[in-house]
Write a protein that binds this ligand. Structure first.
Ligand code: URA
Length: 227
């Protein structure tokens, strides 16, 4: 027997650190995530439905930006006392999987500047190492939406934030958007960069011994780019 759709999906798990927030845990969001978590979902559907979640994440990220009062005249001849965004933004994707989030940002923010950062594990030290960064030259004056779909240990994101702050970005102007976070990754972010806000669609249970998020969805980049 089918039942009426619940508006809110049940949320479980430990409380989040103060820097972390989740999208509203609706049944719709849970349904979108269920599709992309399913190992049998074909690549085209994986892309379509994760793009929908990315769009929700970007919209939520934009809700965190400051605004200033702004009055406009409407065609009725009357003024409307509204607001406009105070600062300029840019996106920075952490390669490779973060690139999958760029289109969702472009759909919400016309002509948005987007930088890229490539971080890989240093074979000698086993630490995340910066291999490549191309960032807008005026990034220090911008709010940054940092894009990476999966927050596992947080190693790459922490390194990316170090790169951004080395380029003059204020920590409180970084919003890190991801689809699925682990509690361990959120805790690591909070411990090192409590000023950086982290917005996740969902927070999962834990990491496994290979640092995959459980239950997660597997390797996001493989599923988005290779099917
Ligand atoms: N990156 C992924 O793509 N998946 C995980 O589970 C963890 C990191």
């Amino acid at each position: 027997m089918s039942s009426c759709a619940a508006v809110t999906a049940p949320t479980t798990g430990p409380p989040l650190p103060p820097s972390a927030s989740r999208l509203p845990q609706t049944a719709q969001l849970d349904a979108l995530l269920t599709i992309i978590r399913n190992k049998d979902t074909p690549r085209s559907d994986f892309i379509f439905y994760s793009d929908r979640i990315i769009r929700l994440l970007v919209e939520e990220g934009l809700n965190h930006l400051p605004t200033l009062p702004k009055t406009v005249q409407t065609p009725t001849g009357m003024p409307y006392d509204g607001v406009s965004f105070e600062g300029r933004i840019c996106g920075v994707s952490i390669l490779r999987a973060g690139e999958a989030m760029e289109q969702g940002l472009r759909e919400c923010c016309r002509s948005v500047r987007i930088g890229k950062i490539l971080i890989q594990r240093d074979e000698e030290t086993a630490q995340p190492k910066l291999f490549y960064a191309k960032l807008p030259e005026d990034i220090a004056d911008r709010w940054v939406l940092l894009l990476d779909p999966m927050l596992a240990t947080g190693g790459s994101a922490l390194k990316a934030i170090e790169v951004l702050t080395d380029h003059g970005v204020k920590k409180e102007r970084i919003l890190f958007l991801n689809l699925i976070a682990s509690p361990e990754g959120l805790q690591n972010m909070w411990t090192k960069y409590p000023q950086v806000r982290v917005i996740s669609a969902w927070v999962d249970e834990k990491l496994d011994d290979k640092s995959y998020i459980i239950p997660g969805l597997g390797d996001y980049g493989d599923r988005y780019y290779s099917g």
